[in-house]
Design a protein around this ligand. Structure first.
Ligand code: SF4
Length: 235
């Protein structure tokens, strides 16, 4: 039936059109790319890409949480999972020391699961981390990296990516860490009070490691797989 109260199907088609360009350019950079229409399809695909017995690490990612891949892996019970951001009932992540131990272990996992802050139309992955464990694992360590990204993560170029990450993604993520994971220091960042990034010198500045992945070396061809989803996911 005709309905003009939302633009969900138009957005989904737009994400698909943009994904076709991204995937071609990922391949030119020795990375693999996939497009799936829904988060359920993304979950099905990612499970097929993770071999039984592979040790699976993960980065912090709202997209991964939304897709529900960790609970599904636990259910299938074929993989060891290293989850440094396993929240308890109150939303607290493991204490810093324990979290860092798991983050280090995840650097040597067989498969590392992560979202991305942005992916450009020309196939670059753009991310900014605080501690850097997520971007470190994306660059080197795990044998395989699987990135899951909603169509809303596709941006025109690196400049747009960095502008969006600093002015929207980082402050919203800080609010998430404060409101959901009780990290009191996160609420102090200037971008939250001002509603924009001021390239701060704050002690708890979260933007410490800016990484642009331009692809993989030939011997590592296909090490990074990017699953693009025709829905809005993550921040
Ligand atoms: S540099 Fe500072 S103000 Fe800018 S987004 Fe990062 S934490 Fe916020």
């Amino acid at each position: 039936m005709y309905c003009d109260t939302t633009a969900g199907s138009e957005l989904s088609r737009f994400y698909e059109i943009r994904s076709e360009t991204v995937i071609k350019n990922l391949q030119r950079r020795n990375m693999d790319g996939y497009f799936v229409s829904t988060q359920q399809d993304a979950l099905g695909l990612v499970l097929t890409l993770i071999p039984p017995d592979a040790v699976v690490g993960r980065g912090d990612s709202v997209t991964l949480n939304r897709i529900g891949v960790i609970p599904e892996l636990l259910k299938r019970n074929e993989n060891k999972i290293i989850n440094p951001v396993q929240a308890n009932a109150e939303g607290h992540h493991p204490p810093r020391e324990e979290r860092q131990k798991l983050q280090r272990e995840a650097l040597l996992s067989d498969v590392f699961l992560t979202g991305t802050n942005a992916v450009t139309l020309d196939g670059r992955l753009v991310n900014i981390d605080g501690a850097g464990n997520r971007v470190a694992a994306m660059i080197f360590g795990p044998k395989k990296v699987i990135v899951i990204a909603g169509g809303n993560k596709i941006v025109t170029d690196v400049d747009e990516a960095l502008h969006k990450i600093h002015n929207v993604v980082s402050p919203v993520n800080s609010l998430r860490h404060y409101m959901k994971h009780k990290q009191v220091e996160a609420i102090e960042r200037p971008c939250i009070k001002l509603g924009k990034c001021v390239d701060c010198f704050h002690e708890w500045r979260v933007c410490r490691n800016t990484v642009i992945i331009d692809g993989c070396q030939p011997p590592e061809k296909g090490r990074i797989s990017v699953i693009l989803v025709g829905e809005e996911l993550g921040i």
